[in-house]
Design a protein around this ligand. Structure first.
Ligand SMILES: [Mn+2]
Length: 410
């Protein structure tokens, strides 16, 4: 038995962090990846596809999202099992009961409405564990599997559920946490052959036979390993020996292959700066950042967050701004990750010496330099107030702008 496991499509998600132009392309890509999943299924001879929850971002979505989902899946002829998750639970407002969904849904799409085995092929069963509310308040997997017997000989069973597992849950007090030790026991006992889960958007092997496929197209900067689906093969039960020996680890080697299908990437880049009045070291830092950006492939489908630290001169800051502006044209998103950056601009009066300012203009410049210095790293921390730091940032930005407007470093 071979099938594709995927999860967390989050269709209808609005990527507000992307600029409008990139956002539209990103939204389109997240439908297109569904077509690639269908193509992969055909290439590999997969017999069905199971989607482990959060198919849709919410239950309240534009009809267009549903229409585009089915259009993207149009060429898929094998069964597709959709398991409602916490984002798209089977509550009274369920998207799966909407007029558009029920009208457009093709015959091969099966929404799991109860935690009862679905016979998807002659030799395969999916045991789905759908969510019926955002807070079930109990371990739905344990409930679904209580008292369950192994499937009949010659049939493999896939557990398809959604939620955090106990061994990885930061909030272990959440009663909906899945007891993964129990899932391992179910695998040992031959009650299930493999378990696939939604919720973690990063492809993860929890334990032998227990996997999160993750989201097929990255959804957030914090996901370390997104963009994959799993092609899973459970060897056919040859029926030569009893159930106790044909099931469980050692007897049935489930093969799991991770296949990258995503076309977008979200990355963070770190760059340290060291201000030098001769600018040489700083130029090296800027070039290092430029090289990091240049090394990225497929820039138009890449979001980059920069983590910048250290010190930079006014002139260096102007060059950095220019670099980010220029490179920003190539990327879907390129911005400084402010909460993870600490780059101090060291005002440097000499930066402006070739402007030959006099009188009022020179006085204003001196004021800005002094104000920028008051909140910068070089000043005493004990005398720095929040207001000083804020004023210093504004002054440093003004100096940087002045430097650029005056045509510095042409
Ligand atoms: Mn999700």
């Amino acid at each position: 038995m071979k099938f594709i496991a995927t999860a967390d499509w989050q269709l209808g998600m609005t990527a507000r962090f992307l600029p409008p132009e990139a956002r539209a392309r990103y939204t389109q890509s997240r439908f297109e990846v569904l077509t690639r999943i269908g193509d992969l299924a055909q290439e590999r001879g997969a017999e069905f596809i199971v989607v482990c929850g959060d198919v849709f971002e919410t239950n309240q979505l534009d009809r267009r999202v549903i229409a585009r989902t089915f259009e993207a899946l149009r060429s898929v002829r094998i069964p597709i099992v959709l398991v409602p998750g916490n984002h798209d639970p089977l509550d009274s407002a369920s998207i799966y009961d909407s007029e558009a969904f029920t009208r457009l849904s093709p015959d091969n799409v099966n929404v799991a409405r109860t935690a009862e085995p679905i016979r998807v092929t002659a030799h395969a069963q999916v045991l789905p564990v759908p969510w019926s509310s955002k807070r079930p308040g109990r371990d739905l997997v344990a409930e679904a599997c209580a008292g369950l017997e192994p499937p009949e000989s010659g049939v493999s069973r896939v557990l398809a559920a959604h939620g955090a597992v106990a061994s990885m849950n930061p909030d272990a007090t959440d009663p909906a946490t899945i007891d993964d030790a129990l899932v391992t026991q179910l695998l040992r006992d031959g009650v299930i052959d493999v378990a696939v889960l939604g919720d973690r958007h990063s492809t993860t092997e929890v334990a032998a036979g227990i996997w999160y496929p993750g989201t097929p197209e990255v959804t957030a900067r914090r996901d370390p390993h997104p963009g994959n689906v799993l092609v899973i093969e459970v060897p056919d039960d040859d029926g030569a020996v009893g159930a106790a020996s044909t099931h469980g680890p050692g007897a049935r080697h489930v093969q799991v292959e991770e296949v990258h299908v995503g076309s977008w990437q979200f990355v963070t880049l770190e760059q340290q700066f060291t201000a030098r009045l001769d600018h040489e070291g700083e130029t090296d830092d800027l070039e290092a950042l430029r090289a990091q950006l240049a090394a990225i492939d497929n820039k138009s489908q890449t979001g980059v967050w920069l983590q910048l630290t250290g010190t930079i001169t006014t002139r260096g800051a102007a060059e950095l701004d220019r670099l980010i502006d220029e490179q920003g044209d190539l990327f879907a998103l390129l911005e400084i990750w402010q909460s993870h950056s600490d780059l101090q601009t060291l005002p440097d009066g000499a930066d402006f010496s070739d402007l030959h300012l006099t009188g009022f203009a020179q006085d204003a410049l001196d004021d800005l330099v002094a104000q920028a210095a008051a909140g910068s790293a070089g000043s005493s921390p004990t005398t720095r107030s929040e207001a000083d730091i804020a004023a210093s940032t504004v002054a440093a930005d003004a100096l940087s702008l002045l430097y650029r407007l005056a045509g510095g470093h042409r």
